[in-house]
Design a binder for this molecule. Structure first.
Ligand code: OSB
Ligand code: MG
Length: 368
């Protein structure tokens, strides 16, 4: 396929309720939706999942816009691309900026699957026809968090994640365990601890957590290996895993027992698949992370999570958890904690231009 036109839709949407973690919060979610058009007028969609400020990774919506417009889009326009995996070679002169790269990677995979007349799930090698859905409880008072968990339990969600930090950890987990002794529960620390906190983290062992996600620094795998030696709760890495090589090293060192894969963080679906395959070989289960994203990225996540080693329910919840109106149709909805994997060509969802127009900040069209 040959890309003849790229449209960058810069939008912003107010979340239904603000999202809090130990390192940042989101009230208004800015996104760039990337629409690629090929020589036959077929379109593919991707999404930049970077945030407005660099609180989760170093990228922002503004840096991604610059890299897309000035470097990555000129690289792909008019290029003959036989398979999405070729993008890695095309992007190789430019370091990192994975969320910007992943937006194009996702759109090319969508386009490629449509051209092959297969679902994105099928194109990636996915076999599952439905995936299990987990949910994240934002930081708040213990009472509010417990109430939220109660209602998500009633909706049927299969895995529950709470955000923790040294300021709010043992107390909250203890309280939740009192109310929900057998809940499939995990905690995400977003790098809020250091090795000096090992005793505190060891105390969490008594609560039978499925895992603790990214307790230590985003750029570390050495201290995580030391911590994993000292605690029984399995460590899951999120921020620390940027490439398949990071995953190999972390597995070799014993820095984690589980990996969270986010296509945005690792530069796209091709790299996500490589990490998935490596983890499969090493019996390291993976799950699909979330970025408070629109239905475009959610649809991509569903397809990715249909691969066999995504054996733990991920952060793929109903669109209605965050959005009044999502940008795709049909609505993405977990029913009894399960989301069907679309078998339609490509992402398998229609993008709603009226919702994009309503939330639009700008539109940039770049032609070959
Ligand atoms: O650390 O997994 C994280 C959201 C934004 C940035 C980082 C993280 C998260 C989440 C997932 O926890 C939230 C979601 O999309 O449901
Ligand atoms: Mg995380």
């Amino acid at each position: 396929l040959k890309i003849k036109q790229v449209t960058l839709h810069h939008i912003t949407q107010r979340l239904k309720s603000p999202f809090y973690s130990s390192i940042g919060h989101v009230i208004d979610r800015e996104s760039i939706l990337v629409e690629l058009t090929d020589q036959e007028g077929q379109t593919g969609w991707g999404e930049v999942v970077a945030f407005s400020t660099p609180w989760y990774t170093e990228e922002t919506i503004t840096t991604a816009f610059h890299l897309l417009k000035d470097l990555f889009i000129p690289l792909i326009l008019n290029q003959s691309i036989a398979h999405p995996e070729e993008l890695q070679q095309l992007f190789s002169p430019y370091k990192r900026n994975n969320m910007a790269k992943a937006s194009i990677d996702g759109a090319i995979w969508d386009l490629y699957a449509k051209r092959q007349n297969v679902s994105l799930s099928h194109a990636l090698g996915g076999k599952k026809t439905k995936i299990e859905s987990g949910v994240v409880i934002g930081m708040s008072s213990i009472k509010e968090m417990s109430e939220q968990i109660r209602s998500y339990v009633d909706e049927g969600y299969k895995r529950f994640k709470v955000k923790i930090s040294p300021k709010q950890d043992i107390s909250i987990i203890e309280e939740i365990r009192r109310d929900f002794p057998t809940l499939p529960l995990m905690a995400d620390a977003n790098s809020s601890y250091t090795l000096a906190d090992v005793h505190r983290l060891k105390e969490l062992d008594q609560f039978n957590l499925m895992m603790i996600e990214q307790p230590l620094a985003a750029d570390d795998i050495i201290d995580h290996a030391k911590l994993q030696e000292a605690i029984n709760t399995p460590i899951c890495l999120d921020e620390s895993i940027i490439t398949v090589d990071d995953a190999r090293k972390a597995i070799e060192l014993g820095s984690c027992q589980i990996i969270n894969i986010k296509a945005g963080r690792v530069g796209g679906l091709t790299e996500s698949k490589k990490i998935h395959d490596l983890c499969f070989q090493h019996k390291i289960p993976v799950w699909c992370g979330g970025m408070i994203e629109t239905g475009i990225s959610r649809a991509q996540n569903i397809a990715l999570a249909s691969l066999p080693n995504f054996s733990i329910p991920g952060d793929i919840s109903s669109s209605s958890k965050y959005w009044e109106e999502d940008v795709v149709s049909p609505e993405i909805k977990a029913v009894s904690g399960v989301i069907p994997v679309s078998q339609k060509p490509g992402l398998g969802y229609e993008v709603k231009s009226d919702i994009i127009n309503k939330n639009r900040l700008s539109k940039t069209v770049i032609k070959a």
